[in-house]
Write a protein that binds this ligand. Structure first.
Ligand SMILES: Cc1cc2nc3c(=O)[nH]c(=O)nc-3n(C[C@H](O)[C@H](O)[C@H](O)COP(=O)(O)OP(=O)(O)OC[C@H]3O[C@@H](n4cnc5c(N)ncnc54)[C@H](O)[C@@H]3O)c2cc1C
Length: 391
């Protein structure tokens, strides 16, 4: 062991994605010594393989009002903390209603109630700025403050903030085992056999730390007190050159969403399939076909045979409370204290961001959970780095 099991005050975070990095900064700021271990390189997982949709919360507002509010707050914090991660020249996102019989009031009321600013967008103006879009499936359009962001830039910025704040950040270091004394976690063992003692371990490895969850399968509701972990897969495709510089989504069908990234456009259909503990995402031909078909309905002039440069799938784990309904519908940030979950394990937390956009919310929620557990004697109460300092 690199530090004594009895005396270590160290918090060990497993996983160097957007979750682990933001939590690490926040905990070290609270006066806790933090080591973060990343199996490969920083941001190698879903954090840099995602679509880059910086959610305003508008997409979730009809299903979950407080989630929508949290998204809007996180979007503002992201813009303040790392403006350079935003794709340039966007002025909001077009929320398209494709069916004239859709209940548009239900959307506008939910945005109003969640405090998300919106305005109606003139359909002809929209079509002028996005000529590739087909006119026929577009009935009404609203402008909301969602954006397109570069996940790699945000992740690197978070890593720099963590290092500057004093986090020990070890890459190419895979955690293979948790070390136990009785029902308490007292450290971790890496793939090279090194042991690191810890007062608390936080699993922030998305699919890659599922095998470390306590219990035999770690997923099933019933034997678990409150949470079910659901592996969700979705498909994306990249089209080059960029179709148009307008981010848009279709809100009243399993419609597509489009996130422009300078040289290319990334399209998805927000269809999240529950998969069985898949850790390396497998591209499903039927899902790809469904995505192609919906893209074609809204963007008929795009030649998908010649312009699609890449189709890929990605997986994220969502921790659903037993009261939640549909996986993928309300991707709430979740912090599980395994002491209160079954089987009870002390000094172990698992964290799930829901969406990358919600990283500041997850960091804050985790900090509160850690401080409530550890009750440090000397609490440094710094503002989050995303609220104040330039790097
Ligand atoms: C296809 C797809 C599209 C998405 N699009 C969006 C979007 O547009 N907007 C949005 O807000 N959200 C989006 N999301 C969700 C978002 O990307 C994820 O919720 C978020 O990135 C998860 O971050 P994370 O840090 O928890 O996990 P990850 O980014 O997966 O990071 C986990 C890290 O842990 C490391 N690790 C794993 N196991 C170990 C181990 N045993 N030891 C050490 N290290 C380990 C991995 O190497 C990895 O770097 C999307 C997700 C997917 C899959």
């Amino acid at each position: 062991m690199t530090s004594n099991r009895q005396t270590s005050e160290r918090v060990v975070i497993v996983g160097g994605g957007i979750s682990g990095l933001s939590i690490a900064s926040r905990l070290v700021q609270s006066g806790l010594p933090v080591t973060l271990l990343e199996a490969t390189r920083i941001g190698a997982g879903a954090s840099t393989r995602n679509q880059g949709w910086l959610h305003s919360g508008g997409w979730f507002a009809t299903q979950h009002r407080s989630l929508a509010r949290e998204c809007y707050e996180s979007l503002q914090q992201t813009i303040k903390f790392c403006p350079e991660c935003l794709e340039p020249n966007h002025d909001g996102m077009a929320y398209i209603v494709s069916d004239r019989n859709s209940d548009t009031d239900c959307w506008t009321e939910s945005w109003r109630a969640a405090g998300i600013p919106f305005s109606e967008w003139d359909r002809d103006d929209l079509l002028r700025s996005a000529p590739a879009l087909s006119k026929s499936p577009i009935h009404r359009v609203f402008r909301l403050p969602d954006g397109a962001f570069r996940p790699d830039i945000l992740v690197n910025h978070l890593a720099a903030a963590a290092r500057n704040a004093g986090v020990e950040l070890l890459t190419e270091t895979r955690v293979e085992r948790l070390l136990y004394e009785g029902d308490s976690v007292v450290g971790i063992r890496t793939g090279t056999g090194e042991e690191i003692a810890a007062r608390l371990v936080i699993l922030a490895g998305n699919t890659g730390t599922a095998f470390l969850w306590p219990g035999s399968d770690g997923e099933s509701v019933g034997r678990q007190s409150e949470f079910q972990r659901v592996f969700l897969r979705t498909h994306l495709l990249a089209v080059e050159p960029e179709i148009c510089s307008l981010p848009f989504c279709v809100i009243d069908s399993v419609g597509i969403n489009h996130i422009p990234h300078q040289k290319s456009s990334v399209l998805g259909n927000d269809h999240w399939q529950v998969v069985n503990r898949e850790t390396r995402p497998v591209v499903s031909s039927s899902e790809s076909l469904t995505l192609y078909e919906s893209v074609n309905r809204f963007l008929p002039t795009v030649d998908l045979d010649t312009q699609v440069t890449k189709t890929w799938a990605g997986i994220t784990v969502q921790a659903m409370h037993v009261t939640q309904v549909e996986p993928g519908q309300a991707p709430l940030t979740t912090v599980i204290d395994h002491e209160r979950d079954a089987p009870a394990v002390r000094n172990l937390l698992s964290v799930f961001p829901g969406r990358a956009t919600l990283w500041p919310q997850l960091a804050e929620q985790t900090r509160e959970a850690v401080l409530a557990k550890l009750q440090p004697q000397f609490l440094m109460a710094a503002q989050p780095p995303w609220e104040c300092a330039a790097l």
